[in-house]
Design a protein around this ligand. Sequence first.
Ligand code: PEP
Ligand code: MN
Length: 331
Amino acid sequence: MMLYILKANVDTSLLKEKLNRSSASYKFLNLYGKNLLLVWPDQYAKDIVDDSIEIAVNVRKSYVLSSNDWKKEPTIVRVKDTEIGGNKIVVAAGPCAVESEEQLSTAAKGIKRAGASLLRGGAYKPRTSPYSFQGLGEEGVKLLRKVGDEVGLPIVTEIMDTRDTEIFKKYVDMVQIGARNAQNFSLLKEVGKIGKPVLLKRGMGNTVEEWLQASEYILLEGNGNVVLCERGIRTFEKSTRFTIDIGGMIAAKMMTHLPICADPSHPAGRRELVHSLALASVAAGADMLLIEVHPEPEKALSDSEQQLTIESFEVLMNRIRSLAQALGRGL
Ligand code: PEP
Ligand code: MN
């Protein structure tokens, strides 16, 4: 794939004519404040010469816009005043599912007090069984907005359906794409168009390269505000719910300029493991953590076994703070 960085404010009409005459596919887009042109396949794309081109990069990867071949500096994703991908480690926390205003409000106050920067809760829940609690849907999103505003935390929640984009545009600060939709390409494209920051989980059966290719669908819509979230993959191992791929996270960090988040809760499956997996993720370079916290985990309507109590989350935040300091980072 040829990626051309174009000069600012230049006429590209001649370039477009040349491209239309060739057999190449192409796309112009603005990303990170730069005018870019992608041209493929390679045999048609390499020899384009035009005055409007500043830099030409041949990205020999299956992922292009997310690759650090052309963008060396790490991307910082801003969610309201919170910066993800900088020196500070950002923690998003909250219940697996929004169950009631009281439950959400208690969780939100607790995580805020402990130092979390984002409130996360599921309203549209991807459940393996149709008989399990499916989430409060739009009502849950509205509760997140209300409680988030009351405690002063931006909100993150998962979208499952392209038909819900208007709700997310109106109420949500960061849009999560879950592991089960990590390769739902029409959803990825629509979410890219919403124009809000995206937290993209890795599919439980996806390689690191496929995860980056999924992010490419969002970036291609001109939305560069993507955080990649490792949440564990399926392996033969049964002692944890999923296998958190710490090595894959480190590899991903070396391949992309996008920030990396780790979700230690879903691979743990049991709360006793969450602290150590969170700390291991920070040691591996995670820029963000996503941790499930519930005021009464044993009564939770989903993922009851893995959610931390508010007290346990406070202890974990102190441990993360100490580790972050040792690594020259903040919280
Ligand atoms: C979640 O974050 O609540 C969730 C459903 O996670 P995943 O998509 O990683 O399974
Ligand atoms: Mn969950």
